[in-house]
Design a protein. Structure first.
Length: 238
């Protein structure tokens, strides 16, 4: 799997699968949301981190956990080194795992490690990562933590343009997005980031089932159609 894969257009069939399924959903939802205020202020943003191989895991690699230490910004209290919050694991089988965490907008930098507090060796943590390297206007990046070099070196970090994935992996990402939430991290205003990083670079089976907090489970095609629809309405101030 090449993280630098050039973005390709999502198959027309995927969009077609979602048209009928999403049509009634979008019409009813439009009535519900019409007249609501557009979400114009970002309060948080979602950082996606992919781990390459050679992480120390005790037992099943699926039990690998990651923690985030972040700092910077005016009036924002960052984390402490000894008590870092745990990141959410989105996909276990995307390399050694795809994780995310929602940080306040003012945060300027972060790093990740595989324990909450002090690491037993330097190689259990990443280099520092600048937020500005992951959010370049409308060009979003995934932080890719590189493999082990030696116990005394922090792991280097690449900034991948996108993260092409399978339908089941993409469904796992979408399962963590709430269609009825207006936020830029967890809701429909995250659509540009989701599309740039995961949807457009992937060839997806549109009928794959995904969870939707708005109502009943739906499909990838229906959910991405609705997220884009709601994002565009919100940006237009509808």
């Amino acid at each position: 799997m090449n993280k630098k894969t050039i973005r390709v257009s999502l198959l027309l069939g995927v969009a077609a699968l979602g048209v009928v399924t999403a049509a009634g959903f979008m019409t009813n939802s439009f009535r519900m949301f019409k007249g609501s205020n557009a979400a114009t202020v970002q309060e948080s943003r979602r950082l996606y981190v992919c781990l390459e191989d050679d992480w120390d895991v005790y037992g099943d690699p699926a039990t690998l956990r990651m923690f985030i230490h972040y700092w910077g910004g005016e009036g924002v209290v960052g984390t402490t080194w000894g008590s870092c919050p745990e990141m959410t694991k989105v996909v276990s089988d995307y390399y050694d795992g795809l994780f995310y965490y929602d940080v306040p907008m003012d945060i300027t930098a972060f790093m990740v490690k595989n324990v909450m507090g002090t690491v037993p060796k330097t190689s259990n943590q990443s280099d520092d990562i600048l937020i500005s390297d992951l959010f370049v206007e409308n060009d979003y990046k995934v932080a890719v933590v590189q493999p082990w070099v030696n116990d005394f070196a922090k792991r280097m970090v690449e900034k991948a343009d996108n993260a092409p994935m399978s339908s089941l992996q993409a469904a796992a990402v979408l399962n963590n997005i709430d269609s009825c939430d207006s936020s830029y991290s967890v809701g429909y205003n995250s659509w540009p980031q989701l599309d740039d990083l995961f949807i457009t670079p992937s060839t997806l089976e549109g009928s794959t089932v995904v969870i939707d907090n708005f109502g009943d489970d739906t499909t990838i095609a229906a959910k991405i159609a609705y997220l884009e629809y709601r994002y565009n309405l919100d940006q237009a101030g509808v």
